[in-house]
Design a protein around this ligand. Structure first.
Ligand code: HGY
Ligand code: MN
Ligand code: MN
Length: 419
């Protein structure tokens, strides 16, 4: 079946998608850079906008118990299991506008095209906008998809943001009942599969001159929170040899992490993305420093060994500098394989649209890492310029938006549940 890809008034799908990417990007905590964080007024405004688009595309749309937006386009008859599509609609701070929204908005556009043509399939199509994939506000991540997978860890409700607000308090302020999160959970029997379109966030497709790629696996990750405590003191009076400088100690730890990961030849990456020095005055020796660590590797066993070695490095530095150390794992995700049968569907749709079915792993984490607990998962990557992401310069060319939409629409219309 040739998938006719035309949007409203015979616009291409990409025109509608790009317009909506920019409309959603306008919903941000600050006007100068894009930040849309879990359980904030921006989250609520974005949810309302996206649910409107879902309804325009012929879907029933609702906000679930943790703030995911859920759209459903029924199949030939009601009550059928669904092919679930989607992505996240929260962002990192000072984000790009395509990471997450491209997958969500493209999925809505594809359903809108089915709806305009009056196409009903032997299964339902659901589109989910996940409320918190990035884990910016509270240390743990994949909160929306874990709630849908039924694996949400209630202890996360006690986690506090930088203002000291707990997730529980934030949910109540948002108008959600934290004791009701379980209602978001879906039964495995309701899903035939989960397929996510997402920007690659890396340079591989561009280097291979390809607009789309077939994802083989999503790399696991470990996040740690570190706190170093020394002695605050006068910058002018304490001799260097008598200092217990927490920030100098953190700096040595950070360089050690970079050197350890850089010496690896097997795809190990380590990042310190956040640091805070207290009391934070020019003329005061920092007495306390907190920072985060993000460690990833294509192989879980290797990542876990690396985390052990890095913690040992930090403990040695702290002991030599007579500092105190608290270090905790705040998030851990195993590497998740994409299901071969579903990868085949993605590859066939890519080839049917005239592109090479190029396979690549995802170094970035995605909601499929949680969704795998209730469904087989697969991902379709779309090239992004320079491989740049988590950066306002993130960009996808219209032609690649169109390629991604055509492949996803083809995948939907040709989808056959696992035999
Ligand atoms: O951190 C990640 O890989 C994803 O962008 N949340
Ligand atoms: Mn991201
Ligand atoms: Mn993402």
């Amino acid at each position: 079946m040739e998938a006719k890809v035309t949007g409203p008034n015979s616009l291409s799908l990409s025109d509608e998608i790009v317009r909506r990417i920019h409309a959603l990007a306008a919903i941000s905590e600050t006007p100068d850079n894009l930040s849309r964080i879990f359980l904030t007024p921006e989250h609520r405004a974005a949810a309302d906008l996206v649910m409107g688009w879902m309804r325009d595309a012929g879907m029933a749309a609702r906000l679930d118990a943790i703030g995911n937006v859920c759209g459903r386009y029924d199949g030939e008859r009601t009550g059928l299991p669904c092919l679930m599509l989607g992505s996240h609609y929260d962002t990192v701070r000072d984000a790009g506008r395509w990471d997450g929204p491209l997958g969500l908005i493209t999925a809505i556009a594809c359903v809108g095209d089915l709806h305009r043509r009056g196409v009903r399939l032997p299964f339902a199509v659901e589109v989910t906008g996940f409320a918190d994939e990035e884990g910016v506000r509270f240390a743990s991540t994949l909160l929306g998809s874990r709630a849908i997978a039924g694996t949400f860890d209630e202890s996360a409700l006690g986690g506090r943001d930088k203002q000291g607000i707990t997730m529980r308090e934030a949910m109540v302020a948002f108008g959600l009942d934290p004791d009701h999160i379980g209602a978001a959970a879906r039964a495995p029997s309701e899903l035939l599969a989960y397929v996510e379109l997402h920007i690659e966030q890396g340079p591989v497709l561009e280097a291979n001159k390809l607009p789309v790629g077939v994802v083989t696996a999503i790399a696991g990750a470990t996040r740690l929170a570190v706190e170093l405590r020394g002695t605050a003191g006068h910058a002018g009076t304490v001799p260097m040899a008598l200092r217990r400088d927490a920030l100098a100690g953190a700096a040595e730890c950070i360089v050690a992490i970079e050197e350890f990961c850089s010496s690896d030849r097997d795809g190990l990456v380590g990042t310190v993305g956040y640091i805070n020095a207290m009391p934070g005055a020019t003329n005061v020796i920092p007495g306390m420093v907190s920072f985060t660590i993000d460690i990833r590797s294509p192989r879980d066993s290797y990542r876990k060994l690396a985390v052990t070695d890095i913690v040992r490095h930090i403990e040695e530095i702290v002991k030599r500098r007579d500092l105190q150390l608290d270090i905790n794992v705040t998030h851990e995700n195993r590497t998740v394989p994409c299901a071969p049968w579903l990868q085949k569907h993605v590859a066939e749709a890519v080839k049917a649209e005239g592109f090479r079915a190029f396979e690549l792993p995802s170094g970035a984490g995605h909601d499929g890492m949680a969704m795998i607990d209730i469904a087989d998962v697969a991902m379709l990557f779309v090239r992004c310029r320079g491989g740049v992401s988590h950066n306002p310069a993130e960009h996808v060319d219209d032609a690649d938006v169109e390629a991604g939409a055509k492949v996803l629409l083809r995948l939907i219309e040709n989808f056959k549940p696992k035999g």
